[in-house]
Design a protein around this ligand. Structure first.
Ligand SMILES: *Cc1c(COP(=O)(O)O)cnc(C)c1O
Length: 355
């Protein structure tokens, strides 16, 4: 028998979540498949969404070319734009859309030999202060881009810094600043990531950009009855069992001592598989479908779980690390991180795809 760690990806849930994003946002929605579709497999996820999606978003030209070479011919947007001017030729060759985030990059476009007009998504900094131009700069850039005659459609885009915080005024402020920046210009608009799609209808516009919600992630509090479904089930098995008396340490650093006679299961999953090492004793797991908890430190290839109160648990019992019945966001919270990071970090698991 091989190592039993599997990540089962359910296409039906992925498709459900894309349709949910479309229904909530209206208009057009890019399916964001950067970072290997947040660890779910970019090519297969893009293929599963190909007939539904209005386009895809990736982080680099390499990610885009991988999709094109796999036969994806829907629009593909480079969310971070180009890193060097030489990429503009590839952007044309592979028929990609690209973001642009700074005035300095306009020169690259003016100097480029282009066979057809670029579709350009221009980033406006409405308050996150990561990439993008302020409103005044954007309006100057807009004129220069129009005068270059090298740009066709312009989509003005912005990104929210706190869309998952429902009680913050940051997102309404960003929406207001963005709307002022684009007022009266001939542009399409795009504001919302998953948090915006789920929680901020005033930000809905021509284009949504759905990332983590496609994978069942939920940075936001549950405000809707209809909610993204988990897509990945990360499962392993109990590979050994031991019965310890009270007062015995478990694992590296003796971070946990049994407080009662304890039946301990050793599970084939550790931080080298992407399970967060920061997950403390008490992080939830499902054993044979029943909730239990981790004990002691997570090792590289293994972690330990509490089998007291799980009748019939034994070597070979199924352990769900996250997925249906145990949202990754819950595990992430226990480990002081976010579900995005857990998904992206998954490795070594055998990937299984189901319709
Ligand atoms: C990654 C990314 C998204 C998707 O964000 P989620 O929070 O995962 O929905 C949207 N827009 C841009 C510019 C991104 O880089």
């Amino acid at each position: 028998m091989s190592r039993p760690l599997t990540a089962t990806i359910r296409f039906s849930a992925l498709q459900h979540n894309y349709k949910l994003a479309k229904r909530l946002h209206g208009g057009l929605v890019l399916a964001i498949v950067k970072a290997n579709a947040y660890g779910h497999g970019a090519v297969l996820c893009a293929k599963a969404l190909d007939t539904l999606a209005d386009g895809f978003g990736v982080a680099s030209i390499e990610e885009a070319i991988q999709l094109r070479e796999a036969g994806i011919d829907k629009p593909i947007l480079l969310l971070e734009g180009w890193f060097e001017p030489s990429e503009l030729a590839l952007i044309q060759q592979y028929n990609l859309w690209t973001a642009m985030h700074s005035v300095a990059q306009i020169t690259d476009i003016e100097n480029a030999k282009l066979s057809k007009p670029l579709t350009l998504w221009v980033k406006i900094d409405s308050g996150m202060h990561r990439l993008g131009m302020c409103a005044e700069t954007f309006r100057l850039a807009y004129d220069r881009l129009r005068n270059s005659n090298k740009v066709g459609k312009i989509v003005a885009m912005t990104h929210f810094s706190r869309a998952d915080e429902l009680d913050s005024q940051a997102t309404p402020q960003q929406i207001e600043r963005f709307n002022k920046a684009v007022a009266g210009l001939d542009v399409e608009t795009s504001l919302c990531n998953s948090g915006g799609i789920l929680a901020w209808p005033n930000g809905h516009s021509d284009w949504g950009r759905a990332g983590v919600m496609l994978y069942g992630g939920a940075g936001t509090h549950r405000v809707l009855s209809d909610w993204p479904l988990p897509v990945m089930n990360l499962d392993s098995k109990v590979m050994a069992v031991r019965d310890l008396p009270a007062g015995e340490p478990i694992g590296y650093g003796a971070c946990f001592y049994t407080d009662r006679p304890t039946r301990v299961g050793v599970v084939a999953c550790g931080y080298a598989d992407g399970y967060p090492r920061a997950a403390p004793t008490g992080t939830p797991v499902l054993i044979n479908g029943q909730r239990s908890r981790t004990l002691g430190r997570v090792s590289m290839d293994m972690l330990m779980v509490d089998l007291n109160d799980i009748p019939n648990a034994d070597v070979g019992s199924t352990v769900r690390l996250w997925g249906e019945g145990l949202p990754a966001s819950e595990v992430a919270t226990a480990a002081s991180t976010i579900d995005y990071e857990l998904f992206c970090n998954v490795k070594r698991a055998r990937l299984i795809y189901e319709d």
